[in-house]
Design a binder for this molecule. Structure first.
Ligand code: NAP
Length: 273
């Protein structure tokens, strides 16, 4: 327990130090990051903006959008905010209007996901199953499809989906959610193949257990946390900045020869289907 806390604190310190020395490889690019008012999405928005992108921050609740935008602006970053529940067509339309205003979209990061029920896959209610697939899979597909008219005009078109380690090794308590995250691996491959000749890359990142509100059922109680830590060879939980740098790589010129891939950042947890 003490050792995993120590490792987690080391990771947080190292991320802070490295973020002081960031490059500006995303200067002039426009990015949308969904579900970016806290957790992993916030860290991605912050990282892309720190590397020079103009970032549209979004989530369902206006007060969360305002808070996140204010925090990022205080840092001098170039961000704007839009309320967007990813399942709502009208909200997505407003999101893309915002990127159009900023000069047209180069980068889409589809990060929103829900898990309304805890339990095994065959215990999921039909309502929960529909909601999980609506937000986690269908909205990712629709966002990518609706982003294309702008992304096709960009010289640096990039799409990134956020999956999960659960895509590879389904978690007993997150059954239907795990399956939805496996679907994103397929969406990544299929969309990457379709867009490759247009020089638009499509990739995916699969985080392990990252300390956020979303993962609190796995990390809050001491006993569950210990169980989870036993499955992480690196011996610590992830932090949102373990993921944001990978996304920055994928959407930058450094990632221009990577497409159709899912990068797993899970502290060594088992990651094959
Ligand atoms: P989080 O810290 O709980 O943040 C969730 C964010 O999503 C908030 O900004 C929330 O803001 C927004 N949001 C929720 N539902 C939304 C919707 N329908 N439309 C738009 N925004 C919505 O979550 P997180 O842990 O960073 O998770 C982010 C992504 O990483 C998810 O795709 C998740 O599956 C994936 N992931 C997380 C972990 C982990 O251990 N944390 C592991 C693997 C994968 P509002 O309430 O204002 O909407």
């Amino acid at each position: 327990m003490l050792q995993s806390r120590f490792l987690l604190n080391c990771a947080i310190q190292m991320k802070k130090m490295s973020s002081n020395a960031l490059c500006s490889r995303l200067n002039g690019r426009v990015a949308i990051v969904t579900a970016s008012t806290e957790g992993i999405g916030f860290a991605i928005a912050q990282r892309l903006a720190r590397e020079g992108a103009k970032v549209v921050v979004s989530s369902r609740k206006e007060k969360n959008v305002e808070k996140a935008v204010n925090e990022l602006k205080k840092e001098g970053l170039n961000v704007t905010g839009v309320v967007c529940h990813v399942s709502k067509a009208e909200d997505r339309r407003k999101l893309f209007m915002e990127s159009e205003k900023l000069g047209g979209l180069d980068i889409l990061v589809s990060n929103a996901a829900v898990n309304p029920e805890i339990g095994g896959v065959l215990d999921a209610s039909e309502t929960a199953w529909d909601k999980i697939f609506d937000v986690n899979v269908k909205s990712s597909f629709l966002l990518a499809k609706e982003a294309l008219p702008q992304i096709r005009k960009s010289k640096f078109g990039r799409i990134v989906f956020v999956s999960s380690i659960a895509a590879y090794a389904p978690l007993d308590v997150l059954g239907a959610y795990s399956v939805s995250k496996t679907a994103l691996l397929g969406l990544t491959k299929a969309a990457a193949n379709q867009l490759a000749t247009e020089n638009i890359t499509v990739n995916c990142v699969a985080p392990g257990v990252v300390q956020t509100k979303f993962a609190s059922t796995l990390t809050e109680s001491e006993a569950t946390r210990e169980e989870v830590l036993k499955r992480i060879p690196l011996g610590r939980l992830g932090v949102p900045d373990d993921i944001s740098g990978i996304v920055a790589l994928l959407v930058s010129d450094d990632g221009s020869y990577i497409t159709g891939e899912t990068i797993v950042a899970a502290g060594g947890m088992i990651s094959h289907l």
